[in-house]
Design a protein around this ligand. Structure first.
Ligand code: FES
Length: 99
């Protein structure tokens, strides 16, 4: 089932917003004109990534400072797993997810 998150016309560079989908929080952002969707939970200890800082294509978790390279979501330090990137689906003038 398609769940719409946002209208395409609203997706500008720098866009960042969280949504609740199927009981979990997800983070939709636009980087280099590419919409990206991640589970809004740091793979280290679960801090909300939406509270992190984005510098270039590096997202830094606010809790312990682990950095993740976007769009891959790969952790730049230690053995921390990468971000859980979710598949985006397009339907007409909207973007969302299949649940
Ligand atoms: S919870 Fe994100 S770096 Fe620790």
């Amino acid at each position: 089932m398609f769940v719409a998150l946002e209208r395409l016309i609203n997706l500008e560079e720098g866009y960042r917003r969280t949504f609740q989908v199927g009981g979990r929080s997800v983070l939709l952002l636009v980087l280099d004109n590419q919409p990206l969707l991640f589970e809004d939970s740091c793979p280290h200890q679960g801090a909300p990534l939406s509270a992190g800082t984005l510098s270039g294509n590096v997202l830094r978790c606010m809790r312990h400072g682990i950095e993740f390279q976007l769009p891959s979501g790969r952790a730049l330090q230690s053995s921390c797993p990468g971000l859980n990137r979710l598949k985006l689906v397009y339907d007409g003038d909207r973007i969302g997810v299949d649940v």
